[in-house]
Design a protein around this ligand. Structure first.
Ligand code: SF4
Ligand code: SF4
Length: 199
């Protein structure tokens, strides 16, 4: 039955239930004494992107393919590929900037990356006192080890690890099969005919 003020009374009932419940149940507490206390964010929450590396920051998963730069809706990613002394591309970024004052946390960069190189962070403490480019995150700020990814998003990271392991094993098996086929083909070749003049 509807009556004037029904929605208001229901809303007040929820508020009263949470107010009283907060004395008995911790999950009813909606106020946190930040920064002395910090909320543990859920695993599937997201803030801004970061780049994953495996063993060393010199070896990021990112190949500087620029797909994320192209697909980012507000165009807040800027990438320059690293090159060796002879100008040959090194398949890793020399520059990787993300302007997090522009980033809208849409996660499209993560979805389009073919190398699982860029992931969304849970870190929400990004505010700065300075203006302008203080909120541009550079390559050293963005690079984080895979252990960090496993810590902040254990479920997602374990799925990525399993997929990358399966892909690496499949690639190694394919390479071994190709090498075995080449060796078998070489063994099946008849020996070359002797050359030279018989006297
Ligand atoms: S993060 Fe992924 S999509 Fe972006 S440049 Fe690196 S490898 Fe390419
Ligand atoms: S989360 Fe969205 S807006 Fe932010 S860098 Fe990635 S694609 Fe761009």
């Amino acid at each position: 039955m509807n009556y004037p003020g029904k929605g208001l009374m229901e809303g007040l009932a929820v508020t009263a239930r949470n107010f009283v419940g907060s004395y008995f149940y911790k999950d009813r507490l909606t106020t946190v004494q930040y920064p002395e206390e910090r909320v543990q964010t859920p695993e599937n929450s997201r803030t801004f992107p970061f780049l994953v590396f495996e063993d060393s920051p010199d070896k990021p998963r990112c190949t500087a393919c620029k797909i994320c730069e192209t697909e980012c809706p507000p165009k807040c990613i800027y990438i320059v590929m690293d090159r060796d002394d002879k100008g040959k591309p090194m398949q890793r970024p020399k520059v990787f900037d993300i302007d997090i004052s522009v980033c809208m946390q849409c996660q499209i960069c993560v979805e389009v990356c073919p190398f699982d190189a860029i992931k969304m962070d849970n870190d929400y403490e990004k505010s700065k006192y300075e203006r302008f480019d203080a909120l541009v995150e550079r390559l050293p700020d963005l690079l984080k080890p895979n252990e960090y990814y496993r810590k902040v998003k254990p479920t997602e990271a374990s799925e990525v690890d399993a997929r990358l392991k399966a892909e690496a094993e499949a690639k190694a098996a394919k390479k071994a099969a190709a090498a075995a086929a080449a060796a078998a083909k070489a063994a099946a070749q008849p020996p070359p005919a002797p050359t030279g003049t018989v006297t």
